[in-house]
Design a protein around this ligand. Sequence first.
Ligand SMILES: Cc1ncc(COP(=O)(O)O)c(C=O)c1O
Length: 344
Amino acid sequence: MSLTRPDLDALPAYVPGRSVPGAIKLASNEVPYGPLPGVVEAVTEAITGVHRYPDMGVTQLRGRLADRLGVDIERIATGCGSVALFEHLFRVACMPGDEVVYAWRSFEAYPIIGATTAAKNVRVPNTAEHAHDLDAMAAAITERTRIVVVCNPNNPTGTAVRKAELDAFIDRVPANVIVALDEAYREFVTDADVPDGLREYGDRPNVVVLRTLSKAWGLAGLRVGYLIGSPEVAAAVRKVVTPFSTSLAAQAAALAALDAEPEMRRRVDLVVAERTRVVEAVRKVYPDVPETQSNFFWLPLGDQSAEFAATCERAGVIVRAFQGDGVRVTIGTPEENDVFLGAL
Ligand SMILES: Cc1ncc(COP(=O)(O)O)c(C=O)c1O
């Protein structure tokens, strides 16, 4: 007899990008330029107060985000990374047997979270171009569907859905189904036709936008994600959030990072310029790399994926293989990218 749920055995584990001492890590979609200015100082100062619990309401940070985004503070919830907010959102929306629809392949946390929050996972295969098939996703919605996730841009393929197709899709989703727009990589989007989910759809009560300070804002190690939803949905999420899970250091770091927005933009511009250079070079060898709006790109190598990653590792570069499917490569510094291109 098992002490835990029998269905856990069937659950894939989350596979983090590997860190190998001395190797270049292009495996976790991090920005390679260190913490933003002011962050280390803010965390150092905050650390002197860690014998106290942080502000459970995360009031100052939520207020700052609300001002920045032009929304009411009641519409914001923060969490231990946006991955935790996904879990909270699934928990507040789903009862046993309810369904969550998402594209596949997409962010590998969705199936894990879905499987343990009572929901049935409904995966809709990507198009041949490695993008969300929004028509098929809309068609997959049933009376039991509670949430449909649109990952824009999509991890790990980098592809993005455009405004006209997302408009049409959101119009098709029933008002009692949450559309969760995962915009973890929003800051790297350069195509003006890829909609800002908050600006375009934020007034719809069933739309929830999830973003993170882990990527462009350089706080992956401190874990701050935020969600913007209707006051009702945001309040429900705050109700179930693990208490104090936006830690003291995380709150201080997030406030400092948000103060450094111009530097964040400068770094994102560097990443985007490198993205253009690297993808152009890679396409000379592998023309099938789909267009990317993110800080990584996708090599649809199928069964060769693990071998490709092993070859990169021998050259000192860690990439992320999804065996049978493809390889995701994060854009690093120009020097790091050159090592990758050399290995290629
Ligand atoms: C698409 C997507 N959503 C959400 C996340 C979660 O990021 P975090 O929990 O660090 O905020 C990630 C991280 O890799 C991601 O790729």
